[in-house]
Design a protein around this ligand. Sequence first.
Ligand code: ZN
Length: 264
Amino acid sequence: MPPRTLRPRPVRLGPLEMTGRARGHVVEVASLPRTFLQPAAAAALLRMRAAAARAGIDLMPCSSFRDFDTQVRIWNEKWTGRRTVLDRQSRPLDPARLAPARRVAAILVWSAPPGASRHHWGSDLDVYDRAALPPGAPLALVPEEYGPAGPFARLTAWLDEHLERFGFYRPYATDRGGVQPEPWHLSHVASAREASRRFRLTTLREAIASAPLEGRAALLEGLEGIYARYVRAVDPPPAARARRPTTSRRKSPGKKRLKRHSRA
Ligand SMILES: [Zn+2]
C-alpha cells in the first residue's frame, strides 16, 4: 500500500506549475531516491513498481518532476558544450560549430526547451531496470539500451504488456519529426491530462521570455514551430488507458467519460 500522503487528490495546474516554476502539484515519493510526482502518478508508479518486482524487474525512475531552473541549466550546458549534445543517431556533436537556429534544433532533438518539458507536469518520468544495469556502467538513456539487444530489453517487453494497466503510456513511442523516440519516458495519463489540455504557446513564450537562457533570441524566434513540432507532436494517449488507474476500482467506462478522456 502506498503511504497515506501519496493518496491521489485533485491537482490544479496553472501556468507556473505547467512550466515547472512552481512545485505545489508534486509530492516526494519517500521510498524512491529524488522522486517527485503528482500524488496520483506517484501512487500508480509504486503499484507498477511492485508488479514489476514480482517479474524480477527493479523498475526505478531516473528522472521525474524537473523544475524550470534545472531545465534551464541543462539547456545552457548543452548550448555551451559543457554537456554532450547527441545527434539523432546518438552520436556526439559539437554545438559550437552550429549557427544559433541549428544549435537550438540540435538540442531540441533530445531536450525540451525550459518550460516545455513534460517533466514539469509531475506526470511524466524516465525509468530503467536497476537490476539489469551492468555493474559500473552508467545509464546512458539511449534507445539501444532499451532495444532487443540492450540490458533493458526485458523491461521494455514488460512495460509493453503492463504499463497501460497502471495508467501509463509512452508519449514519445514513435518518431513524429520532433523529439526522438524515448522508450524510457512514461506519462501517467490522468495526471498529464489537464496540462496537456491547457498548455499554450503563450504559456511557454511567457516562461522563456524572462529566463536566463543561452540562445534565448533564437529560441523565441522559432518558438511557434518549436511548440508545434516538439511540444504538441506527441503520441496521443488512447482514451481507454486513462480509465484503469487502479486495481481496486473496476467500473466499466461510461460513454461520456470515454469521450472526455479522448480529447487529451
Ligand atoms: Zn523523459
